[in-house]
Design a protein. Sequence first.
Length: 373
Amino acid sequence: MSSKSLKIAALAGDGIGPEVMREALKVLRATATKSGFTVAITEAPVGWAGIDAAGKALPDATLQLCRESDSILFGSVGLPDRDPTVPKEERPERAALLRIRKEFGLFANLRPVQLPKALSHACPLRPERQGDGLDLLVVRELTGGMYFGQPKKTEAITLPTGPAQRAIDTMVYTTPEIERIAHVAFQAAKLRRRKLTSIDKANVLENGILWRETVTRIAKEYPEVALEHMFVDNAAMQLMLKPTQFDVVLCENMFGDILSDEAAALAGSLGMLPSASLGATSSGQTFGFYEPAGGTAPDIAGKDLANPIAQILSVALMLRYSFGLEDAAKRIEQAVGKVITNGLRTGDIYSSTDPSARRVGTREMGDAIIAAL
Ligand code: IPM
Ligand code: MG
């Protein structure tokens, strides 16, 4: 792998996207030099930046660039204030993010949630519920379920009481869709603490019953992993009460959307959490899409306040999952760990009661991570 240049599409997007992307690309280039691989990075507009540059949230040239690249490093898209200016189908969330997920078959979304001991104060739970720090992985199905099921529409109807509207979203899963995401989750669990909690609503939904049956069947191929099933409502509660019980959490699309935000809250700040969205692996290559878990944070955009760590850790995930560069990925993760241990804090993870903490901006955080590489 190290002999050929890694072709990376960098789509910074809106809000804080450009400034955290800038730091992540600095870290990527520095890591490439240190670890001895080469990168060819091409930047392109997406989201409102795409609408402003080319009239579309996902401009044709940007999509073409993604098709020609080995993986996509993504910032974030969406500026709610501007939503009323375009129809809902053309807004960045649907026209760029969901479109890319579907277009590239990115069915497996991995969201690692870690709370290092040093950031214990940033976690909303009392210290005794945090164990030795938190470490769990949400595996979310990303191209099925209610997000994409048809029919999906809002229609005019007539009720006995008069005219009304009816909105329809369809939750639909096939066994192959459940099987392939289950394999991803079991394989991830094998490399971790070998526990998998599969989330469903089998007491109410047909989808839940099929999900549970299918995951149970796939589990036979992974005898070393302990599988348990949990209803989604209970899982939401257990994440607050006893998050240390979880290792890998497997969810369908919508439940994963919700529970991954809840789990992220435990890590103190969305600004710390990367994510990977992966497609199928073909001839040893996994096309992937890597983005921070947080959003565009328009309120702090352009002020050098944003935490670049989620974007930087997304680079580490990219090197690991798309390019098999485990050492380079670890180098970045360890550098991040070091600056946190050394007390550097952007505003979202800063606490004035911690005497060793020093508040820094986006740029200084990025520079410190590079220095620690
Ligand atoms: C996420 C986001 C997206 C989702 C939105 C922005 C469409 O919340 O990646 O979790 O719902 O999947
Ligand atoms: Mg979400």
